[in-house]
Design a protein around this ligand. Structure first.
Ligand code: KIV
Length: 283
């Protein structure tokens, strides 16, 4: 049985078969304090297909810098890279809300530059929202985008695009001063109209305080189980890398499975048992 229906009800209907309805921005907002939101990163169509039934949101994170491209940080990621991967994830999914990270340099300069680039992201990928890093300093930009129809997910706490200012990827919010700053950031991002915000790498008690202080859902990573949802980099969660941050739980050991499988393939090639009779064309 197909899950596809053709919507011909109104002149605004899509002429293409529509898959099951995606999770919407308002439905994410309505989950504040309710059932935890499930979010994972995805960068490719096939991964998106596999994750989609299990996730409320799929994030094309600029973490693809390290995970896919072997870059030393997220700073060299371009808008074109994010758009190519964003479009692939939209093509591979039909249920989750798809959110694309705005890369470093594409939104900080001014609200109008941010709007032009975020509009390109939505138009060229089919994603429903963008995510951008920063607190109070980004509030004006967030409001500018939201008032013009671009849903924004905020990202506060440990913000990897600010690595050269922060000086490392350690947990944030250790001093009273920094705690007050981060609570101010969270409130500013929420007041600006962000529909949700990632809270990354902060002391647990602070994550709880932030979650209670803002009206939109908080999505924790290295934060607290009391956040309104959780996100992880999928490849970290799958155990593709040996060393992962303390806040990651490896739910599998994919690295070992890939190594063992590659070794089996190499053995079969060398023994000429692959390709077998089923893998070749005859007559
Ligand atoms: O880039 C990314 O993958 C992210 C998540 C870790 C939140 O921003």
């Amino acid at each position: 049985m197909s899950t596809y229906t053709v919507d011909t009800a109104t002149s605004r209907a899509t002429p293409l078969p529509a898959a099951m309805k995606r999770v919407s921005v308002p439905s994410v907002m309505s989950r504040k304090g309710g059932e935890p939101l499930v979010m994972l990163t995805a960068y490719t169509a096939r991964t998106a297909q596999l994750l989609d039934p299990h996730c409320d949101m799929l994030l094309i994170g600029d973490s693809l810098a390290q995970v896919i491209y072997g870059l030393p940080s997220t700073l060299p990621v371009t808008l074109d890279m994010m758009i190519a991967h964003g479009a692939a994830v939209v093509r591979g999914s039909m249920h989750a809300l798809v959110i694309v990270d705005m890369p470093f340099g594409s939104y900080e300069e001014s609200p109008s530059v941010a709007f032009r680039n975020a509009a390109r992201v939505l138009a060229e990928t089919g994603a429903a929202a963008v995510k951008l890093e920063g607190g109070e300093a980004m509030a004006e930009t967030i409001a500018f985008l939201v008032q013009r129809g671009i849903p924004v997910m905020g990202h506060i706490g440990l913000t990897p695009q600010a690595i050269n200012i922060l000086g490392g990827y350690g947990a944030r919010g250790k001093s009273k001063l920094e705690q007050a700053k981060l609570i101010g950031d969270a409130k500013a991002v929420a007041t600006a109209g962000a529909f949700a915000m990632v809270v990354e790498g902060v002391l647990e008690a602070l994550a709880v305080e932030i979650t209670r202080a803002v009206p939109c859902p908080t999505i924790g990573i290295g934060a607290s189980a009391e956040c309104d949802g959780q996100v992880l980099v999928t490849e970290d969660m799958l155990g593709l890398f040996e060393r992962v941050p303390r806040f990651v739980q490896k739910f599998h050991n994919l690295a070992d499975e890939i190594s063992v499988t590659a070794a089996r393939y190499a053995e079969a090639v060398k023994a000429r048992t692959f390709p077998g009779v089923d893998n070749v064309y005859r007559g």
